[in-house]
Design a protein around this ligand. Structure first.
Ligand code: IPM
Ligand code: MG
Length: 359
């Protein structure tokens, strides 16, 4: 019997709809090969949702996501909505979705593909073989801590406040996810914090050390975030798994992504303790190239592969997609962001077509 999987698509803004169309075609193609049925249902998030409903995360979207087997998001945001009050901004919709689905663990792999080493801004010998997994805490820290807001002081001057806070339980659960992942990878984990200055980071470090007692087979180290940023561009091969809080993870995952040459290649997964996961490329909505058929759909396609592997437990389908991506790169097809001499420049649609041909 054909098994059916219910997938909610959130195309979002900017290049989102273009890259989602490619991912959907690829999923359908691999589905028909392996006798899997994907039942897609689209929902509004971010700017698209603001335009249609005034709300960046309509109630209906959250319900749909929670009731599906997995959620595939493209990207949200754009200048058009940048001056709205914070509660109406596209980003607030994404944060609400992460919180609403309780997706506390964000997995952001940064793996350099041999075909794209030339696209990195760093020297070949520095980046060759880089294979890092950033595990970012996603529903706590300064993104969600209270108090938050802009308040008038006694003199009438305004003061902006956010709070970086973590409970022991919040640190423990993300640390466990990261140790489990490190165990299946290089058995090395680096916890990144700012414990030399921040109390919240001291607690973070203490809890990571406590949790590490259950993972004596995994080597644990610690770095302050400023040093970690420096080490990532100086000698990235020293890292295997990185575990860190929400804000530091946001920043370091962009830096790690860029080691690979283009943020346009990297997928991510956001997982909770139970329930469906959310899969999305690390890159944003790239409004500057939206609608011009220039976007690189590969991060979105690889996010779909991550969804198959981690969310739907379909490793064979994930393998096929990942192999097709590698084969297409081997054949020399490149979108503008990863273009180099002698390669064939293609647009988003064409990249989708060659992927389908390869599959
Ligand atoms: C990311 C993005 C988001 C974040 C924004 C769009 C809210 O930068 O997923 O890394 O800060 O988490
Ligand atoms: Mg970010």
């Amino acid at each position: 019997m054909t098994q059916t999987y219910r997938i909610t698509l959130l195309p979002g803004d900017g290049i989102g709809p273009e890259i989602t169309a490619v991912a959907k075609d690829v999923l359908n193609a691999v589905g028909s090969q392996l006798d899997l049925q994907f039942e897609f249902s689209e929902a509004l998030l971010g700017g698209a949702a603001i335009d249609a409903t005034g709300n960046p995360l309509p109630h209906e979207t959250l319900e749909k996501c929670k009731n599906s087997d997995a959620v595939l998001l493209a990207a949200i945001g754009g200048q058009k909505w940048d001056n709205l009050p914070r509660e109406q901004r596209p980003e607030t919709g994404l944060l609400g979705l992460r919180a609403g689905m309780e997706l506390f663990a964000n997995l952001r792999p940064a793996t350099i593909l041999p075909q794209l080493i030339g696209a990195s801004t760093l020297k070949r010998e520095v980046v060759e073989g880089v294979d890092i997994m950033v595990v970012r805490e996603l529903t706590g820290g300064i993104y969600f801590g209270k108090p938050k807001g802009v308040f008038p002081t006694e003199t009438g001057e305004k003061r902006g406040v956010n709070t970086m806070a973590y409970t022991e339980a919040e640190v423990d659960r993300i640390a466990r996810v990261a140790f489990e992942i490190a165990r299946k990878r290089g058995k090395k984990i680096c916890s990144v914090d700012k414990a030399n200055v921040l109390e919240v980071s001291q607690l973070w470090r203490d809890r990571v050390i406590a949790v590490s007692a259950d993972y004596s087979d995994v080597e644990l180290s610690h770095l302050y975030v400023d040093n970690a940023a420096m080490q990532l561009v100086r000698a990235p091969k020293q890292f295997d798994t990185i575990v860190t809080g929400n804000l530091f993870g946001d920043i370091l995952s962009d830096a790690a992504a860029m080691l690979t040459g283009s943020i346009g290649m990297l997928p991510s997964a956001s997982l909770g303790a139970e329930g469906p996961g959310l899969y999305e490329p690390v890159h944003g909505s790239a409004p500057d190239i939206a609608g011009q058929d220039k976007a690189n759909p590969l991060a979105q396609v690889l996010s779909a592969a991550m969804m198959l592997r981690y969310g739907l437990n379909l490793p064979e389908a994930a393998d096929r997609i990942e192999k097709a991506v590698t084969a297409v790169l081997d054949s020399g097809y490149r979108t503008g962001d990863i273009m180099s001499e002698g390669m064939t420049l293609v647009g988003c649609k064409k990249m989708g077509e060659v992927l389908l041909d390869t599959l």
